[in-house]
Design a protein around this ligand. Sequence first.
Ligand code: ADP
Length: 594
Amino acid sequence: MSSVIENRPVAATADEAAKPKGTDSEIGASDQAETTDGFHLVIDALKLNDLHTIFGLVGIPITDLARLAQAEGMRFIGFRHEQHAGNAAAIAGYMTQKPGICMTVSAPGFLNGLTALANATTNCFPMILISGSSEREIVDLQQGDYEEMDQLNAARPYAKAAYRVLHAEDIGVGIARAIRAAVSGRPGGVYLDLPAKLLAQTMDAAKGRKSLIKVVDPVPRQLPAPDAVDRALELLKGARRPLILLGKGAAYAQADAEIRALVEKTGIPYLPMSMAKGLLPDTHPQSASACRSFVLAESDVVVLIGARLNWLLAHGKGKTWGAPKQFVQIDISPTEIDSNVAIAAPLIGDIGSCVDALLERIDAGFAKPAAEWTGAIVERKDKNLAKMAAMLALDPSPMNFHSALRAIRDVLKTRPDINVVNEGANTLDFARSIIDMYQPRKRFDSGTWGIMGIGMGYAIGAAVVSGLPVVAIEGDSAFGFSGMELETICRYQLPVCTIVFNNNGVYRGTDKNLSGGTDVAPTVFVKNARYDKMIEAFGGVGYNATTPAELTKALTEAIASGKPTVINAVIDEAAGTESGRLTNLNPQSAAKKH
Ligand code: ADP
């Protein structure tokens, strides 16, 4: 049970802030009685719901809330920029199925956090962004308050739900609604607006205690309809070249054993989307990752499990998908169905229940895919793997993406429990295919938006939640968005090793200024920068690695030390292509195609 408030003294500043200022009817009512206030009610409501960590950045009006949360036994991880606090909360939500909590100050702090909230919603990660806000009366009359902003309305389009609490007695309801909205059905980001005045409101402690809600069954199971299960099975039975496609929704669902059983019982080859890597080990014989294009083009029935047919899957049509095909789609969100192409057999429900239902009815009459299909896959895979092995065996000087990633791959193979964060253009594309994953929910990357800047936020969130080491494989450009959080990593002594793939620029470092002027080209950074020195400023350990052997040694040492580390991995500045594998999305390339 939570320790709802006695009339206890807290830090002097918090006490000050907690004093009722206005005309609230509560004033004077509790001179003698035990009272509580908005600050404590927020903390107790979170704790009551087993939410014990806040990722945030202090300032008016939430500094005292952060102090009190810490005093009351919660963990407050303070960041240098709200976006990264929000990203940490979002990845914590993805890893745990509980909403990650991010706390920010009003207007500018809120807006910084909003990017993370929108990213969480886009990726279907459950998080709650709690922001302090200024006085409603002044905001609504646009009278120019300190950090004035109509935050609730600003958040709405980017959140799954957005709520404001105006009265202390509604804090319990507000937090319960935020939790339910974040984790039930399709998970997403929720905004909770807490005006400064609310935090200072007082009320009778017993009434306050009663007003809190412990959410019962926040992630209710959703069973699929039996006829939908039959329809899906019928389609699958008629398939000649079936394929299972696992998305990060499947990883999120924590139905690991059921999914593995489905794959193995049916014998159907499968493809993991990037964050679903490790749901089954990438070395699994049924993995078709090494011949992705082939299976996407040639399959005739595809079972989508927690994966959307968005841009990452070429919207389910066109050359990528080749032969005509039919889809089974398992998803918790009914409106996801038919979003891009017709879905012949939608299966709506939570992934665990849907996969269970399929497993129950897969009987002896269910034939495994023909050898013609599985054999063709093995043949392609072997050919592609041999090609990749030849590329990885090269040892160019300076290093290229392949030789550096080979070194990292071999170290990570020895520690399958390690969390991997990955962002960049080329660094993301190459690492995704070279670094094998062996366990579920260990790979965190740019995700649905292809966003840059998640690196240190995700790394901190993953380290805090799991207590295990994190290796963040970062392009030098991507790293720049969150680099200041190295101080946060050092402050909390988190076992995060950040490897910066340094090729002197965005994509690469060789571009020229087309005007011939003295400014460098828009894609070029300072040459030969030493990112490893950055962490030394905060007491962490830096390594400079110019060969695969140096990289192996540095990473092995870094992981063993459990200390905050940065490895500056020096890559050939000519290595890398424009936008990695997304060159075709640049307007000029797109125009050339038409
Ligand atoms: P990827 O990018 O890996 O393809 P997406 O983020 O596009 O994955 O898709 C995830 C999908 O999983 C979303 O459509 C979401 O509604 C769905 N989803 C998330 N959690 C569950 C769950 N527990 N059960 C069923 N579907 C889920």
